[in-house]
Ligand binder design. Structure first.
Ligand code: IMP
Ligand code: MG
Length: 199
């Protein structure tokens, strides 16, 4: 996953903002989130789905997505951490907080900020499928599809982006920049990488 950037806690250059550029504006995010909400309304009508946000990265997207949904639904969160600070090759994660709700027989929508290699989501998906939900779908704001290491069905994708490291709208770099209202791409090389977006 984040093998692109290594954080050195003693690196004083982090005190200053690294160069970054807006990749997806606040307005683009809102427009797309509303489209996704309408799609989810139509697909989960009468199913009272449980939206499951993966903390911490998804908290802002969850807040906006749930307000773009008008059908009745429940919300819950799971907190996970990658072993050793980086995602292990297996994608195995440590469960810091499990769900409060029982999802057996329920329609479930996992809400994620970004899917990179897909290993974390594949792990979570297996974990939740073992609880035998009626149906399990995935919504992610961002999809780094070119970096995928495992097959993963993703029903709702906000934006497909390139391989560059992004922050903002919940996404962090060493816990910073989550509050940015837009998605920004870090310019780590000095030459901003071209990113391709589907919308
Ligand atoms: P995956 O298992 O490789 O798909 O990793 C997914 C996780 O890596 C996400 O939930 C994020 O926490 C993190 N991640 C991957 N790419 C980025 C990025 O560009 N910015 C911030 N976090 C990222
Ligand atoms: Mg995440």
């Amino acid at each position: 996953m984040t093998d692109k950037i290594t954080i050195d806690e003693n690196d004083t250059t982090l005190v200053h903002s690294p160069p970054m550029r807006v990749l997806i504006s606040e307005e683009q995010i809102q427009t797309r989130t509303h489209e996704m909400g309408q799609q989810i309304d139509a697909d989960f009508k009468d199913e009272n789905p449980v939206l499951i946000g993966l903390l911490k990265g998804s908290f802002i997207f969850m807040a906006d997505l749930c307000r773009a949904i008008s059908i009745p639904h429940h919300i819950d969160f799971m907190a996970i951490a990658a072993y050793g600070g980086g995602t292990a090759p297996s994608g195995a994660v440590r469960l810091l907080k499990d769900l409060n709700v029982n999802i057996t027989g329920r329609s479930v929508l996992i809400v994620e900020d970004i899917i990179d290699s897909g290993l974390t989501m594949a792990y979570i998906r297996r974990l939740l499928l073992a609880r035998q939900p009626k149906r399990l779908a995935i919504a992610t704001l961002l999809d780094k599809r070119s970096r995928r290491q495992t097959e993963l069905p993703i029903e709702y994708v906000g934006f497909e982006i390139g391989a560059g490291f992004v922050v903002g709208y919940g996404l962090d770099l060493a816990e910073r920049y989550r509050h940015l209202p837009h998605i920004a791409e870090l310019d780590v090389t000095g030459t901003a990488e071209e990113s391709t977006r589907s919308e």
